[in-house]
Design a protein around this ligand. Structure first.
Ligand code: HEM
Length: 160
């Protein structure tokens, strides 16, 4: 693995950084650029429908990058020998952040799917309840955790 990593290090780090950028950047764009604009739509049905649709697009884009992020992280852990180095604590902290962020993401996908079904049945109260938590808590939480993961990545990259 060390040889493989030495040969493809640039592309692996590039894919890792790109995945972090798309995952965290996608959530920032959705929450703070698109979401306030959706809230201007007067019809509650149309508004919830557009939010559910945009979230579906966002999740479809980010899931492959979440997987690439993990694969590249595992390759770097092995390639840099992080588990047995002085940087092990930072690497483990980033692993924990990935796990919490991924669980939060899959919980969001579950809630969005539930909201979609509620919308199809005309149950706007349930749909609003399911989508509301995603916008108020779950996406901001993942943005905050992602920013911490990027900061830890910057301190790792400065000391490897
Ligand atoms: C799954 C566990 C993770 C591990 C083991 C890990 C490991 C690393 C390592 C070793 C570097 C330095 C690479 C180098 O300079 O050669 C790095 C950088 C980076 N990581 Fe992670 N990472 C993980 C998760 C994440 C997550 C969840 C995000 C964001 C969502 C992320 C975003 C970044 C970014 C943006 C950089 C570049 C920082 C810079 O070069 O200044 N990583 N990571």
């Amino acid at each position: 693995m060390e040889n493989f990593f030495a040969e493809y290090r640039t592309i692996i780090v590039f894919l890792h950084v790109l995945s972090g950028v798309v995952w965290v950047g996608g959530m920032v764009a959705m929450r703070y650029a698109a979401h306030p604009s959706f809230l201007e739509i007067e019809s509650p049905a149309k508004r919830l429908e557009r939010i559910a649709h945009a979230l579906k697009n966002l999740f479809t884009i980010v899931v492959p990058f979440v997987i690439v992020l993990l694969i590249t992280a595992v390759v770097m852990i092995m390639g840099y020998g992080l588990s047995h180095s002085e940087h092990a604590i930072l690497a483990h902290a980033k692993e924990a952040l990935w796990v919490v962020m991924a669980l939060n993401l899959f919980a969001m996908i579950y809630r969005r799917n539930k909201a979609q079904k509620a919308l199809e049945k005309g149950d706007f109260v349930l749909a609003k309840d399911q989508l509301g938590l995603i916008g108020k808590i779950m996406v901001p939480l993942n943005i905050a955790l992602g920013v911490i993961a990027i900061f830890l990545g910057a301190s790792l990259s400065g000391s490897l």
